[in-house]
Design a protein around this ligand. Sequence first.
Ligand code: FES
Length: 119
Amino acid sequence: MDPLTESEEGWVPIVSADIPPGTLVEAVFESEELVVWRSADGTPCIMEARCPHQWSHLGGEGVVEGEELVCLTHCWRFSLNGEGWKEGMTGRRDRKGDIEVWPCKEESDWIWTQRRGND
Ligand code: FES
């Protein structure tokens, strides 16, 4: 395959799209630590790698549960749009801090994000 290059709109390929549903990989883009994950239904998502609670690295402490990425350190969970939640033993869900979600698209077997300032 020919090398992929940045688009005029600032989209840049950062990891192969070969990420099975329910898994994640780490990535670094413009010195930012990121995680790229695919939800159970196959939706790709790019998030900052540090949990907003106590800064655990989601590359090691994160696990995909359905359509959310869960930080195993204290079980905050983040939806595909970055909303933070905590679910108690009874199933009650409380809003917690949100996490930054980066622009994401899947194209030509790669996951792409967009440089800041181009969105
Ligand atoms: S550090 Fe992630 S939930 Fe506490």
